[in-house]
Write a protein that binds this ligand. Structure first.
Ligand code: SAM
Length: 357
């Protein structure tokens, strides 16, 4: 199978189909059977989290899956990079809880993609520990962070996270990340009707005042408990309408076909918001992602019903070539789309915190 431009850190890798060194390498990257090119890898490095957000966790369960060693994540990520992955986002659980994070970032920053450039390297965090870690992360080579923040007032925020004092910690983390140059800084907000949907307009002001890109994400059925209903989802249309009434919005053009957020600026051109609408405006057709869980399983969709034990193959002593072939075959089977809201929809066996959001 020819599954990628077969350069492995500058050398021609051993694969099922060798390409003569003198021939022009075809631009065939990691692809799936629906013709999508996969260039974006999300890696969970722990499923532990120091928050118990009411829409994500029951508040009772802690970590459920093992963590790999930092060297093991690195080895697995290298395989994906050999296959054309250009963007790596570290996530969790809460990735800032993970020991060895700075070393991992430093190693990843030193990798080169098959095109020869550095990886697009980012991290998603709840921001609680970011104030102290922003400068070291930047120094280690991290380019950007996305901070999750579901309210811009302390009482609402702390009702959601169930951690006293969390709002002040996250705000300091956001400001530290901005001054460390981990920019453009994105703030992800999941809106739930009746919990925090009164925050929409305040978030638009927050985006402008704090010079951050606020992205609203529709709530998906990926929680540990059973909270999701179509009615609790605050749709893209409603968010745009409500913000537009207080601060007129102008749509921004998409930067590339796989961009998940619909972006808007304000009519004076200052500030940006984005809306990610996996429920009401699914973008599966342009999906360029796969995920690696903290215990080394590949998930080809957030809503996959099956997982693929890449780490198990590695532990069994398979060669790098065999592991790359396994990844390529797994990615070929990526699901066409999710089925949220359809009759017979099945929640995946893992919730968001244990998959890696
Ligand atoms: N702890 C990190 C953080 O807070 O960003 C990374 C993991 S967290 C699971 C990643 C993101 O998933 C957060 O922005 C969180 O709000 C979001 N999330 C969690 N459950 C979700 C759901 N059911 N639907 C949509 N987003 C969800």
């Amino acid at each position: 199978m020819l599954y990628g431009r077969q350069a492995s850190h500058g050398r021609v890798a051993e694969t099922g189909l060798m390409v003569a060194a003198s021939s022009i390498a075809p631009p065939a990257w990691l692809t799936d059977s629906h013709g999508r090119v996969i260039q974006d890898l999300r890696v969970s490095i722990t499923d532990r989290c120091n928050y118990k957000c009411v829409y994500c966790r029951t508040g009772e369960l802690g970590a459920q899956y093992p963590e790999l060693g930092i060297e093991e994540y690195l080895r697995l990520i290298r395989l994906f990079v050999d296959l054309g992955i250009e963007k790596v986002r570290l996530t969790g659980g809460e990735p800032l809880l993970r020991s060895g994070l700075l070393e991992l970032v430093q190693e990843l920053a030193g990798l080169r993609t098959v095109s020869g450039g550095p990886l697009d390297l980012a991290l998603t965090t709840n921001g609680h520990l970011l104030e102290k870690l922003a400068v070291p992360l930047k120094a280690a080579g991290l380019q950007r962070v996305t901070v999750s923040m579901d309210a811009v007032d302390a009482p609402t925020f702390e009702r959601i996270t169930r951690v006293p004092g969390s709002f002040a910690k996250v705000l300091s983390g956001i400001r530290a990340a901005r001054s460390a140059g981990l920019t453009p800084l994105k703030i992800n907000c999941v809106l739930l009707r009746g919990f925090n949907d009164d925050q929409v307009e305040s978030f638009a002001h927050f985006a402008r005042e704090e010079d951050v890109v606020v992205r609203f994400i529709e709530f998906m059925p990926l929680e540990e408990g059973r909270l999701w209903t179509p009615e609790i989802v605050v749709s893209m249309a409603e968010i745009v309408d409500r913000i537009g009434r207080v601060l007129p919005l102008e749509p921004l053009p998409a930067r590339d076909a796989s961009e998940t957020a619909r972006r808007f600026t304000f009519s004076d051109g200052r500030g940006e918001i984005g809306i990610i609408a996996p429920v009401t405006q699914a973008f599966c057709g342009a999906c360029s992602r796969v995920r690696l869980t903290s215990d080394g399983k590949i998930r080809t969709c957030l809503f996959s019903q099956v997982e693929h034990d890449l780490y198990g193959h590695m532990r069994a002593g398979e060669s790098e070539a065999a592991l790359r072939d396994y990844i390529a075959r797994t990615v070929q089977g990526k699901e066409a789309r999710h089925h949220i809201g359809e009759p017979g929809f099945l929640k995946p066996s893992r919730s968001m915190v244990h998959i890696g959001g």
